[in-house]
Design a protein around this ligand. Structure first.
Ligand code: PHB
Length: 410
């Protein structure tokens, strides 16, 4: 079905007050019955809450990431008095446990059982594919507040699929370029063996290449395992000058600690996509000191929007904000742009999506716009971990867009 046809059919269902039921399982009998119903739904619908399904990890290695996204999403809603586009908002939370196998069923629950009008999720690049598929099939607006799976902004891009985050390629590309600029010629990549780790490795490779250096080896272990010893034992024999890594959450804490404990820090400088040290520095302690990473956010960004956001987040959560919190906040800002434009009529797909596509988000990371693949065009900062902070020490890549290969949208 073409996107246009999908959007039309979703709107047609909305006219009968059936939008929340999705297309699946909506047989002829259901439609026939619907035609004889009175249609108070639209008038009432404006005052009824917009139902936002948050599908995120609230347990497992990415639990803290899901919590920070949620807290900051709710923070923005509270700043808006709990309404977007003039309608109250109801949030439904679902713990996806970063489990790709359970993802289709979880998405279905949010759409069919919980009648979500909008989907926001998730963290894990494998799990997000079920959300992308549902959004493409049903035309339900989706905002990805983390998962960097490149397909969502490339061959699987769609008018209904947005992200407030990054693609896995972006930060790692910046890191590869910054590392090559220091004169390193050969580097290795260490990661979990799943889409995010692989795609970040591609970015690191491309960044190194742009600076005249080479990615010579990739070593990986299954997600979310943390037995790093076999990999750490191999690194000194690879003939490389530096090691780049993609890990996040609890796994990143463990990897950075184990790397230092193995005595590798002095022999092989460790760098990576910024998630390696993001929201993890307190737990990593001295093991993280001096590690350079690249990310679309960093500590000490002196932007009024950032200062205000960090203060508000600290007051609400009792802890410091990080990139995950920023992405959650910006997911809510992006949705607000869309819903404000259609005065809360979430079924008005075309103007809703057009407003979101054209948004300029005043983010704590610095303002960003969206690429044709509906993914942020943003600065990738070079950071260095010092005294518990990821201090910005430069810009690794300015206004960087994902290549968007295979995305046919404008
Ligand atoms: C991903 O799976 O895309 C992912 C997970 C955690 C991160 C970043 C990316 O911190």
């Amino acid at each position: 079905m073409s996107t246009e046809a999908r959007l039309l059919s979703r709107r047609a269902l909305a006219g009968y007050g059936l939008a929340g039921y999705g297309l699946a399982g909506c047989g002829l009998a259901g439609l026939a019955a619907a035609t004889i119903l009175p249609r108070p739904a639209l008038a009432q619908g404006k005052a009824a809450p917009v139902r936002i399904g948050l599908m995120l990890p609230y347990s497992g290695t990415f639990a803290q990431l899901g919590e920070n996204i949620t807290t900051a999403f709710e923070l923005y809603l509270a700043e808006r008095g709990g309404t977007l586009g003039g309608r109250p908002v109801t949030i439904i939370k679902l713990d996806d446990q970063s489990d790709p196998a359970a993802a289709p069923q979880n998405v279905n629950r949010l759409l069919s059982r919980d009648k979500a009008d909008v989907l926001v999720g998730t963290v894990h690049s494998g799990v997000v594919m079920a959300l992308v598929q549902a959004s493409r099939e049903k035309g339900v607006p989706l905002i990805i507040p983390n998962a960097g799976n490149v397909a969502a902004s490339r061959e699987l891009c769609a008018e209904s699929v947005f992200r407030s985050s990054f693609t896995n390629w972006q930060p790692a590309y910046g890191m590869g370029r910054a590392l090559a600029a220091t004169g390193v010629k050969r580097a290795a990549w260490v990661t979990w063996d799943y889409a995010a780790g692989k795609e970040a490795g591609d970015g690191f490779r491309d960044g190194l290449k742009a600076g005249g250096a080479e990615l010579t080896q990739t070593l990986a272990l299954p997600f979310p395992e943390t037995n790093f010893q076999p990999i750490l034992a191999q690194l000194p024999g690879l003939g490389v000058e530096a090691v780049g890594a993609f890990f996040a959450g609890g796994g990143a804490v463990q990897f950075v600690r184990d790397y230092a404990a193995a005595g590798l820090r002095e022999k092989l400088p460790l760098c990576g996509s910024g998630f390696l040290t993001e929201g993890t520095l307190a737990a990593q302690g001295a093991a993280a000191e001096g590690i350079r990473t690249a990310l679309h956010y960093g500590d000490g960004l002196e932007l009024p929007r950032n200062t205000a956001f960090r203060k508000a987040f600290r007051e609400k959560a009792g802890r410091e904000a990080d990139v995950y919190a920023v992405q959650g906040y910006d997911a809510a800002q992006l949705l607000a742009v869309g819903l404000d434009a259609v005065k809360g009529d979430v079924e008005a797909d075309k103007p809703l999506f057009a407003a979101m596509r054209g948004a300029r988000i005043d983010s704590p990371r610095g303002a960003f716009t969206l690429s044709a693949g509906r993914s942020p065009v943003q600065n990738i900062y070079l950071r260095e971990a010092k005294a518990g902070q990821n201090r910005v020490i430069g810009v690794a890549a300015e206004a960087l867009a994902d290549p968007g290969t295979g995305c046919k949208l404008a």
